[in-house]
Design a protein around this ligand. Structure first.
Ligand SMILES: [Zn+2]
Length: 845
C-alpha cells in the first residue's frame, strides 16, 4: 500500500501550471520576499523562463590568503518572459553596485542572497549581463599554495552570481589569474553543465599526462613520494577500464572530452565528478606500501564511481536535488559491475553484500533512517540528503529492481534513458516510466512506491508448522508496508541443505517444505534485505553451519555471519547489552576468523570483532578480548587479517599488555604491515593512553613525516592529544566556528580524539554544546561533515550520563515545532542515526 506521496512527485503539466502561477505571484513579490538559498518555487519559475546560458568567468586569485578572490562575469541567456524581475543567486562577499544589462548600466540590488535583474532592462530573447563581484571563501578551499572549488550541491552562488539549480545547465568559459608558478585546470567547457559540476583548481601541483585508448588523461597532484606518484599509472589504467566498460554497457561513447583529475590532500569527500577535473582524496588514491586488497578494491570502485558519473549525473542530470540519489545509485551500481571485471578471482556476489549491506543497515536499523527519495524545498539543505541510504541502500534496491526486470531489459531501459535525456535533466519518475515500458511485468512503479519513497527495513520472521513454512515481514514503523522481494531460507535436512525461495507479494508468505529440517537458516544466499530473525531453536545450528563453511569466501556463510550479527544487535536493542552474549559472539567470530582463508569474509569478521570491544562493559573481559585479537594479529595466515587487526587495535586498545606491545611496535617503526599513516594514528592513540610519554611520541612522529602537507595536518590534530583538560576544552570550542574547521577531515579527527573513551568524563561536557552547534555547522560545512561531526562526538560514549544528556537533548528539541520538519527534522535524523550505539549501551562498570 502507498502512503503519502512526497511533494516533489509532480508531473510536467502540473509543474508548468505551478510555474505559471508562481510567475504571476512573483510579479507582486518584493525583493526582500525572496527566501535565502534556492527555493524550489524560484527554481521552477526560472527553469521555464531561462535557457541557452553561458557564463564567461574571470577570477583573480591573490597569493595573500587575507585578500579575497575577485571576479568578472559575463552571463548570457535566452529569456521568454520579461514581465517580472529575474533573480540571480549570489551569496558571495560583495557585488559592485553598478552592473550592465545589454550594454546599459543598472543598479545591482543585492538582498537575501539574490541579485534582482530589473525586468525593464531585460528583453525577450538574448540578454547579456556583466557583473563584477567578490567571492566568499566558503567553497574555494583556499590554502597558502593552492585552492580548489567544490560547489555541490548549491555553493557556486557563494563564488559568483548564477542560476544555481541543476536544471539550468550552461556552458562555462573560465580564465584564472593566479600567482606565478601556479598551474590550473577548469572543468569541461565544451558541453553544458549544471553549476554544481563547474569547478576550477589552481596552485602548486605536479602534472602528469598520458594517452590511454587514444584519449588524453591528465592528473594534477601534490604528492612527492615517488612510490606513491608511481601509482598514478594504475589509476589511469583503472579509469580507462571504467570508460571502456561504460561505453560498452551504455552503448554511448564517453560524453565528455579529455579525462582529467586532481588528487587533493585533506579532501573532504572520497571524490567529486566534475567532468575534466574530477577531484579525488589522496588518502584513497595514493596507497601505502602494503595496501590491503580492500584498499585496492576501494580505489578501483572510487575511480569507477566518479567515471560512471560522466554518464549518470554529468550528462543526464537530476532536475532537482531530491533525485540526487539517482546519480549516486548508478555510480555505485556501475562501479560494482566494473569491479567484477577487474578482480575476476573475487566472489562478487559476496563483495556486493559486503560493500552495501552492513553500511545500509547501519543507518536503516536506527530511528534516524529515512526514505531514499526525500522532499526538498530549498537547495540550502540539500547536503542533508546524502548518507548511507542513498549510497548504500539505493544500490541494493537497484539490484532487486534489475532482478525483477531482468538484466537485458534493465540495460535497455538505461540506454533509452541516456539517449532521451542526454545533456539535459530527468527525474526518477521519467526513468520509472521508461522501465515500465520495457518491462511492464516488473511493476516498477509499485516497487518504487515502497523501496524508494518509504523509509525503513522490514523485520522478517518465520515459523514452521507441520510442513508449512510461514515467513512474515513486519514494518518497524507500523504502516503495514511490505517490501516486494525474494528471500531464500536454507533447510538443513540430514546432510543436505535445501533452499526454499519465498517471493513477497504480500507481507506473509507460506511455502510447503519437503522435509522436517533440523535447522532453518534465514536468508541463506544474502539476496533478501531485512533484519532476518533466527529463532532460538535454530541459533546454535546456524552458528555451527557458518563455522563449518566460513573457511573461504562463501556467500552463504557470509550471509549467515551478517544475520547472526544483526540478531545480536536486535537482542541488544530489546534487552540491553549483556556481557555474556557479547562474549559468546566474540568467541564464535574469533573461532571463525581463525579458520577463515577468504579475504572478504575475514575483513568483515575483523570489523565485527573490533565493534564488540566497544560493547563490552567488563574491563577484565575486554582486556582478554584485546589479547586474543593481538595474538591473532601476529599468527593469522592472511596478511590482510594481521594488518587489519593491528590497525584496529592501534586505534582502540586500552589494556596494559596490548598497548605496551603496540608502543614497542611504534618505537621500532619497522613493521611492514603498517604504513606511515598507521604509525601516525597509533601515535595519537598512544599519546592519549601514555600521557607521560605524550610529548616524546608526538615530537618523534612529527619528525617522521616527510611532507609539509602531512606535518600541517599532524600539528593540527595532535593538539587534541594534550592531557591538559583546559587546553582540550579550548580546542573543542575552537572547532565549533567555521574558522576552526576549515579542513574538515582534520577537525573531525581532532574531535574524535577529544571524545576518546579514555576521556569520557571530560567528553561528556562537549555533547550539549556540540549538538547545539549542529544547525550552524550544517549551514557552514560541506555535505558529509554534519554526520562526521556527530559520529566523532558520540561513537565512543559509554556512560549513563552521556545517554541521559543526548536523550534529553533529543526530547527537548523534538517538542519544538521548528525541529519537526524541513532542515531540522533531517538533522534530527542524523543525530538519532549517530546516537544508535550510545543509546543502547549500558553504563561502564
Ligand atoms: Zn557520486
Amino acid at each position: 500500500m502507498i502512503h503519502s506521496i512526497p511533494f516533489p512527485q509532480i508531473n510536467d503539466t502540473v509543474r508548468r501550471a505551478l510555474a505559471l502561477t508562481a510567475i504571476a505571484l512573483l510579479a507582486f513579490l518584493s525583493l526582500s520576499a525572496q527566501e535565502p538559498g534556492v527555493a524550489r518555487s524560484l527554481a521552477v519559475t526560472r527553469a521555464i523562463r531561462v535557457s541557452n546560458i553561458t557564463y564567461q568567468l574571470n577570477f583573480r586569485i591573490p597569493d595573500n590568503l587575507a585578500q579575497p578572490v575577485t571576479g568578472r562575469l559575463r552571463l548570457s541567456f535566452h529569456l521568454t518572459n520579461t514581465k517580472t524581475d529575474l533573480p540571480l543567486d549570489f551569496a558571495g562577499k560583495d557585488v559592485q553596485h553598478l552592473g550592465h544589462i545589454n550594454g546599459k548600466s543598472f543598479k545591482a540590488e543585492w538582498q537575501s542572497e539574490h541579485i534582482l535583474l530589473p525586468h525593464q532592462a531585460l528583453r525577450r530573447g538574448l540578454n547579456v549581463v556583466d557583473l563584477v563581484f567578490t567571492a566568499a571563501d566558503k567553497s574555494l578551499n583556499r590554502h597558502a599554495d593552492y585552492l580548489y572549488s567544490l560547489f555541490v550541491p548549491a555553493n557556486a552562488r557563494t563564488v559568483f552570481p548564477c542560476f544555481d539549480q541543476p536544471d539550468l545547465k550552461a556552458l562555462f568559459k573560465c580564465t584564472l589569474q593566479a600567482p606565478d608558478g601556479w598551474v590550473s585546470r577548469c572543468s569541461d567547457s565544451t558541453h553544458v553543465l549544471p553549476t554544481y559540476l563547474f569547478s576550477f583548481v589552481a596552485g602548486k601541483f605536479q602534472t602528469k599526462t598520458v594517452v590511454r585508448d587514444g584519449r588524453h588523461m591528465t592528473a594534477l597532484y601534490r604528492e612527492t613520494d615517488p612510490a606513491k606518484v608511481a601509482q598514478l599509472d594504475k589509476c589511469f589504467d583503472e579509469a580507462a577500464l571504467a570508460l571502456r566498460w561504460l561505453e560498452r554497457y551504455t552503448a554511448r561513447s564517453c560524453p565528455f572530452g579529455d579525462y582529467g583529475f586532481v588528487v587533493l590532500p585533506g579532501y573532504q569527500f572520497g571524490g567529486m565528478e566534475h567532468p575534466g577535473a574530477i577531484q579525488f582524496t589522496d588518502r584513497e588514491i595514493f596507497l601505502g606500501p602494503q595496501p590491503t586488497p580492500d584498499e585496492e578494491m576501494t580505489r578501483l570502485q572510487l575511480i569507477a564511481h566518479e567515471t560512471a558519473h560522466l554518464w549518470f549525473g554529468d550528462m543526464v542530470t537530476m532536475r532537482w536535488f531530491d533525485d540526487v540519489w539517482t546519480k549516486e545509485v548508478f555510480a555505485n551500481f556501475m562501479a560494482s559491475k566494473i569491479a567484477r571485471e577487474q578482480f575476476p578471482l573475487i566472489n562478487h556476489d559476496l563483495n556486493f553484500l559486503k560493500s552495501y549491506y552492513p553500511r545500509a543497515m547501519s543507518t536503516d536499523r536506527t530511528l534516524g533512517t529515512h526514505s531514499i527519495q526525500q522532499p526538498l524545498d530549498n537547495l540550502n539543505r540539500a547536503g542533508l540528503l546524502y548518507g548511507n541510504i542513498i549510497y548504500e541502500k539505493a544500490p541494493i534496491m537497484m539490484d532487486k529492481l534489475e532482478q525483477q526486470m531482468g538484466p537485458d531489459a534493465f540495460r535497455e531501459g538505461l540506454r533509452r534513458y541516456l539517449k532521451t535525456f542526454a545533456y539535459a535533466n530527468a527525474t526518477w519518475n521519467d526513468l520509472v516510466a521508461i522501465f515500465d515500458s520495457v518491462a511492464p511485468q516488473a511493476h516498477v512503479r509499485q516497487f518504487s512506491d515502497v523501496w524508494v519513497r518509504e523509509k525503513g527495513v522490514p523485520v522478517i520472521s518465520y515459523r514452521l508448522h507441520g510442513d508449512t513454512l510461514t515467513v512474515r515481514q513486519s514494518d518497524p514503523f507500523h504502516r503495514s508496508l511490505f517490501w516486494p522481494q525474494r528471500a531464500t531460507y536454507g533447510l538443513l535436512c540430514g546432510d543436505s541443505l535445501i533452499p526454499m525461495t519465498v517471493d513477497f507479494h504480500h507481507s506473509e508468505v507460506h511455502v510447503k517444505v519437503p522435509c522436517h529440517p533440523e535447522t532453518i537458516i534465514p536468508n541463506i544466499n544474502g539476496q533478501g534485505y531485512g533484519r532476518f530473525i533466527i529463532n532460538d531453536s535454530d541459533r546454535q545450528g546456524c552458528a555451527a553451519w557458518m563455522t563449518r563453511h566460513i573457511h573461504d569466501d562463501n556467500t552463504a556463510a557470509y550471509s549467515v555471519l551478517l544475520t547472526l550479527y544483526e540478531n545480536y544487535l536486535l537482542c541488544t536493542e530489546r534487552q540491553g547489552v549483556s556481557d555474556a552474549s557479547t562474549a559468546a559472539l566474540f568467541q564464535l567470530l574469533c573461532n571463525s576468523l581463525t579458520q577463515c582463508q577468504g579475504q572478504q569474509t575475514a575483513s568483515t569478521l575483523c570489523r565485527n570483532l573490533a565493534s564488540l570491544l566497544h560493547l563490552t562493559t567488563d574491563k577484565q573481559q575486554r582486556d582478554s578480548m584485546e589479547s586474543r585479537l593481538f595474538a591473532l594479529s601476529a599468527s593469522h595466515p592472511l596478511k590482510a587479517v594481521r594488518q587489519q587487526l593491528t590497525r584496529s587495535l592501534a586505534n582502540v586498545a586500552t589494556s596494559k599488555v596490548v598497548t605496551g606491545s603496540l608502543y614497542r611496535k611504534w618505537l621500532c617503526h619497522d613493521d611492514t604491515l603498517l604504513n606511515e599513516r598507521d604509525y601516525t594514528r597509533l601515535a595519537y592513540h598512544l599519546a592519549l593512553i601514555l600521557p607521560d610519554s605524550c610529548l616524546h611520541i608526538l615530537a618523534t612522529q612529527h619528525q617522521r613525516l616527510k611532507t609539509t602537507d602531512e606535518q600541517r595536518e599532524f600539528d593540527f590534530i595532535a593538539r587534541a592529544c594534550t592531557s591538559d583538560t583546559a587546553a582540550q576544552h579550548r580546542l573543542f570550542l575552537s572547532l565549533i566556528p567555521k574558522s576552526g574547521r576549515l579542513v574538515e577531515p582534520w577537525a573531525e579527527s581532532a574531535l574524535s580524539l577529544l571524545c576518546d573513551p579514555t576521556r569520557e568524563t571530560q567528553a561528556n561536557n562537549y555533547l550539549k554544546p556540540a549538538l547545539d552547534a549542529i544547525v550552524d555547522i550544517q549551514q557552514t560545512s560541506d555535505i558529509f561533515f554534519p554526520g562526521y561531526w556527530l559520529s566523532a562526538l558520540m561513537d565512543d560514549h559509554h556512560s549513563a550520563e552521556a545517554r541521559q544528556t543526548v536523550n534529553s537533548w533529543i526530547a527537548d528539541h523534538e517538542r519544538q515545532k521548528a525541529w519537526q520538519q524541513g532542515l531540522r527534522a533531517a538533522l534530527m535524523n542524523k543525530i538519532k542515526e549517530n546516537a544508535y550505539w550510545m543509546l543502547f549501551r549500558p553504563a561502564k562498570k
